[in-house]
Design a protein around this ligand. Structure first.
Ligand code: NCD
Ligand code: ZN
Length: 336
């Protein structure tokens, strides 16, 4: 059996910089048409020059493959409307991190004072710049996302023309919130469709499955599966593929992030196939994002074949993927 996907998009991707960028960028550029690139470098991407030069480094690392890096800016509450109007042409969205909530987010927003954030949100709304949010409070780790939902609702209500994307949602509460506000959208990762906290910490600790937000309960995964498998029109695929060197994962103080980019499409095909939902993979991995963001990525047809594929143990001796050394039921036949 062969499945054809057109212009797959990864609407939440960490490409890093330097040697890691050189390792991971070609892997995404090979099978995706484009990706929304996260700005949590050290230091974070906060200027027009930084966006432009990071884009250039990504394109170079992608080695001329047909792949558009859709750039983001790291949210700061002191951006001026003039700056935002000028940077608009360089970016597709702005990513907001609560301070300290995840990898390299120390420069994020402290507290969540809507009055303080209002001028930037107002300007973004007027300029048509979507707001992507890492929606977790500083509360108990399993409750952080659910506790953040009222904040999403406040912002969505106060700025009805602002497109708000709840990034990498992990709870049934977030899925339910989608339908309460017209301007709320979401990305869902691959790993949160496969795992719950059980796979991370129910047996021997699995550092390569440790990420933020942490995987939740079976009923949460069910809700995510239902939204993804039905290709809910407000939901997009965003891998949140977040590579860290092996020694940063297999360590006390394990870094958060699951590396999935090179196996995302085969693993999604396996999942959608197992649930008899292959026909909904195209809208989930491309059409919904094109419509929501109004983008036209370069044309790319990816052919997947239902035949076993062994996921590599490690890439370039550096980064360990999800499903390392395991067999998936689908493989990529051709991309181009
Ligand atoms: C991401 C990273 O490593 O940059 N980590 C993660 O666990 N998802 C940051 C993020 O998206 O939270
Ligand atoms: Zn992320």
């Amino acid at each position: 059996m062969v499945l054809s996907l057109n212009d797959p998009l990864d609407m939440h991707l960490h490409l890093r910089d330097g040697r890691m960028l050189d390792i991971v960028a070609p892997l995404s550029a090979e099978t995706f048409s484009g990706a929304l690139v996260m700005p949590n470098l050290v230091p974070p991407v906060t200027t027009e020059e930084a966006v432009a030069s990071y884009r250039e480094r990504i394109v170079k690392a992608g080695e001329n493959r047909a792949f558009t890096p859709y750039m983001t800016l790291f949210f700061r509450s002191d951006y001026t409307p003039e700056f935002l109007a000028s940077v608009r042409k360089e970016i597709l969205a702005i990513k907001l991190y609560p301070a300290g909530i995840t990898t390299n987010s120390e420069g994020g927003v402290e507290g969540f004072d809507l009055i303080e954030l209002a001028p930037v949100l107002e300007a973004m709304s007027e300029l048509g710049i979507p707001l992507c949010v890492h929606g977790e409070t500083g509360g108990f780790v399993m409750d952080r996302e659910a506790e953040f939902i009222p904040i999403y609702e406040k912002v969505a209500g106060a700025f009805p023309d602002l497109t708000i994307v709840m990034e990498h949602i992990t709870t049934k509460e977030a899925v339910e919130a989608l339908d309460r506000f017209e301007n709320l959208y979401a990305t869902i990762t691959l790993h949160h469709l496969y795992i719950t906290l059980d796979e991370v910490a129910g047996g021997l600790l699995q550092p390569h499955l440790f990420c933020k937000p942490i995987a939740k309960r079976p009923e949460d995964r069910e809700a995510l599966l239902k939204a993804a498998l039905s290709a809910h029109p407000k939901v997009m695929f965003g891998s949140d593929s977040a590579p860290h060197p092996r020694e940063a994962k297999e360590a006390p103080g394990c870094a958060a992030g699951v590396f999935t980019a090179p196996l995302a499409l085969p693993a999604l095909a396996q999942l959608f196939d197992r649930h008899g939902a292959l026909q909904n993979l195209q809208p989930f991995v491309s059409d919904n994002a094109k419509r929501i963001y109004g983008i036209t990525p370069p044309k790319k047809e990816v052919l997947l074949e239902k035949s076993p594929w062994l996921v590599p143990e490690i890439y370039e001796g550096t980064v360990v993927p999800m499903f390392a050394g395991q067999s998936l039921e689908w493989r990529i036949l051709r991309a181009g």
